[in-house]
Design a binder for this molecule. Structure first.
Ligand code: ADP
Ligand code: AMP
Length: 218
């Protein structure tokens, strides 16, 4: 199964994509995670993108397209989370997938309001070591601000400050949201109300994906 998870920053794409990827045994490709890993390593890619990410702006299409191309070449099934974010990226992905003969099964649009996004992201914390995502309101670690998985102190992402979140939301509305129209022509779009709690969203998502996963396993 090949899916695109689409929606504003903070909608819960990463949270849900991890669950679906684990259940279906497929790869979760988060372009944000890949870029943050490069920044942490301090490699060439990381040096190029660090300032852009911290300002909440979009990394240039050429960089993103090449990165995703390398990643999906080897994979049969995957969830793309955070890509495509521009029409150019959607067109590039379309071209690559046609060449590889690996069409997208569905685009999952997780819908959440700006105020909910700001609330969620302001309380998001991440583990700088293993990448696990927490929320100080809805998904706290067992011990105060310590990662359940690896014991590292969890932190706030630099781009999760409220002013930058609002900027990222603006960019989403202006540049990313319109990309859904590109997919409306030829793809199945599954719209999920992402404002419910995590388990309810997961349940709805699995219900909607049920028939696709059955087809994929046959
Ligand atoms: P995205 O990948 O779309 O940016 P995340 O999955 O990182 O979003 O979720 C953003 C924040 O909101 C995280 O702190 C996460 O724990 C929390 N979160 C995710 N889904 C929900 C939900 N349905 N209800 C409340 N909080 C949520
Ligand atoms: P995310 O983890 O999806 O919220 O992404 C974090 C940041 O990484 C974004 O605000 C962008 O700066 C950058 N980024 C991630 N994916 C893309 C993409 N497809 N195109 C451009 N920039 C991206």
């Amino acid at each position: 199964m090949r899916l695109i998870f689409f929606g504003p920053p903070g909608a819960g794409k990463g949270t849900q994509a991890k669950k679906v990827a684990e259940k279906l045994g497929i790869e979760h490709i988060s372009t944000g995670d890949i870029l943050r890993e490069a920044v942490n390593k301090g490699n060439d890619l990381g040096k190029k993108v660090q300032v852009i990410i911290e300002k909440g702006e979009l990394v240039p299409d050429e960089i993103m397209n090449e990165l995703v191309k390398m990643k999906i070449k080897e994979l049969n099934s995957f969830i793309l989370d955070g890509y495509p974010r521009t029409l150019e990226q959607a067109k590039s992905l379309d071209k690559i997938l046609k060449e590889l003969n690996k069409p997208i099964d569905a685009v999952v649009l997780i819908d959440v309001s700006e105020e909910e996004v700001v609330k969620r992201i302001s309380s998001r914390r991440v583990c700088p070591n293993c990448g696990r995502v927490y929320n100080l309101i809805t998904l706290k670690p067992k011990n105060d601000e310590i990662c359940d998985n690896c014991g590292t102190k969890i932190i706030q992402r630099k781009d999760d400050r409220e002013d930058i979140v609002r900027e990222r939301y603006k960019i989403y509305q202006k540049t990313t949201h319109p990309v859904i129209e590109f997919y409306r022509k030829n793809n199945t779009i599954i719209t999920i109300d992402g404002s419910k709690d995590v388990e309810e969203v997961t349940k709805e998502l699995f219900n909607m994906l049920g028939r696709f996963s059955q087809n994929d396993n046959n």
